[in-house]
Design a binder for this molecule. Structure first.
Ligand SMILES: [Zn+2]
Length: 115
């Protein structure tokens, strides 16, 4: 997983509706790529605190184009899990492991080991 559009397609598979229903949330998670042009950008929002922050920004839930209620937190969880090897780290875990040579599997996959 990488591009926010791919995450939006995945959301449509899970909850129906259109990619546009989810795009703003996925764009927000990946917006930090403009801060740091490397997969390390994920440390800023790809964690449990980031998911709750998204909920504050986009609301607890929204109604998609299929008139179905979708929970923002679930969309955030989907995004982070797709990027972090099916795992949701905390912000603290990112910080602890960022300088650790023996990184956990979720981080190895998401950073593709670039030291
Ligand atoms: Zn992402």
């Amino acid at each position: 997983m990488a591009h926010p559009r791919i995450h939006a397609k995945s959301s449509v598979k899970k909850w129906g509706g259109k990619e546009e229903d989810y795009q703003a949330i996925h764009d927000w998670f990946d917006e930090t790529k403009s801060w740091l042009g490397h997969s390390n950008h994920r440390l800023y929002r790809h964690h449990s605190e980031g998911i709750f922050q998204a909920e504050k920004i986009f609301g607890v839930s929204f109604v998609n184009s299929d008139n179905k209620t979708v929970y923002t937190r679930y969309v955030g969880e989907q995004h982070v899990k797709e990027d972090c090897n099916n795992y949701i780290p905390s912000a603290k875990e990112w910080i602890i492991h960022m300088t650790n040579k023996n990184r956990p599997e979720w981080m190895q996959k998401t950073l593709k080991i670039e030291d």
